[in-house]
Design a protein around this ligand. Structure first.
Ligand code: DAH
Length: 343
């Protein structure tokens, strides 16, 4: 019996020492040490032996069982180590190899211009106001001195919503709201998205960005307006040779009202599709805030006066970056947008 135990034990240990894989080791574990394994069965059968023999055989069986467990676990570690070493040898991993280039994103051209203008104005003490894109008729028209059925409403094709509100056609809709919440002296800009039901062409989109600005205080005059507009354009384009012209313009919420035009930077004033061959771009309508609008904002027009302007941010971005067709800006065509970078 002792010989039989030795034979089984030696053979099992030998097999474990030479096992080449975890799978092979597992099989050995099951075959010899498992619930129905050879050693387990052997130890169970000891009860049939005479007491003396039971002792010696049992001791030997337990010795082999312990040895086998040790060899299996050592071999298992060795196999794992070999596996890792083989993997390291076969898979060459160069840690100095440059990673995959995902590229950097850029801000949208309109955002770049908007941020730049916000900086220019906040440096001059203006605050930035934010207004909703869905507004009531009151803020977009009535409080801006455009009563119902006034022909001036035809100047802007409006998207009316089912809830009775509308998509703001102009950032001027922020004006009276700001006046309700803040009292003069007041220097404020309000950039934002506007919507009009336009026929689309190189200059017109149904979604575009404006930046409204106004300054209200005692004794504000047209010369203040001209000063701020000149400072703005000089800084935006970073050049002193910008040509502008001021001509009368009609907007119900300003009196007098002006059109500030900028000599087209794309064609240098020679005429191109962007400026509709005129050499000039209507860039900046502005004027002195109409007394009625001040009244709607609960500001006494006999005490205070102010100027306002509405900058076409989208158009300005086109000018600054030489984008010939407004439709590129909302198209999401990355080939176009990627060419434009901020500072
Ligand atoms: N809101 C006008 C528009 O979208 C632009 C405008 C004109 C704004 C004159 C002003 C202004 O503040 O004074 O056509």
């Amino acid at each position: 019996m002792l010989n039989k135990v030795s034979d089984i034990g030696n053979y099992a240990v030998e097999c474990a020492k030479n096992a080449m894989s975890e799978k092979e080791l597992d099989e050995i574990r099951v075959r010899y040490l498992g619930k129905k394994g050879k050693f387990t069965e052997l130890l169970k059968s000891l009860k049939n032996l005479p007491i003396e023999e039971r002792k010696t055989v049992g001791a030997l069986a337990n010795k082999f069982k312990a040895e086998l467990e040790k060899v299996v676990s050592e071999r298992s570690e060795k196999i794992l180590e070999n596996d890792i070493n083989n993997k390291l040898k076969s898979e060459v991993f160069d840690i100095s190899f440059p990673g995959e280039d995902f590229g950097f994103g850029t801000l949208h051209p309109v955002t770049i211009v908007q941020k730049q203008i916000e900086k220019i104005f906040t440096d001059m003490g203006f605050m930035i106001a934010d207004g909703p894109e869905c507004v009531t008729d009151y803020y977009c028209f009535k409080a801006l001195n455009i009563p119902e059925n006034h022909p001036a409403r035809d100047m802007q094709d409006t998207y009316y919503l089912e809830n009775g509100q509308l998509l703001r056609t102009q950032t001027s809709a922020v004006q009276v709201k700001v006046m309700e919440e803040h009292k003069p002296p007041l220097k404020v800009i309000a950039p934002g998205r506007c919507f009009r039901n336009e026929d689309l062409d190189a200059c017109h989109e149904n979604t575009f960005f404006q930046l409204e600005g106004m300054m209200i205080d005692k004794g504000i005059s047209i010369s203040n307006l001209i000063y701020f507009m000149k400072t703005l354009l000089t800084k935006v384009f970073g050049r002193d040779d910008i040509k502008i012209r001021l001509r009368p313009g009609y907007f119900p919420f300003v009196e007098p009202g002006f059109e500030l035009d900028l000599s087209c930077l794309i064609c240098q004033g020679k005429g191109c599709p962007t400026c509709k061959q005129s050499g000039w771009l209507e860039l900046l309508p502005c004027g002195m805030i109409h007394p009625n609008v001040l009244k709607y904002g609960d500001i006494d027009p006999d005490e205070y006066s102010g100027f306002a302007f509405g900058l076409g941010l989208t158009r300005l971005a086109m000018m600054k970056f030489g984008i010939k067709d407004i439709r590129y800006l909302n198209s999401g065509d990355l080939r176009v947008l990627k060419q434009i970078h901020g500072e």
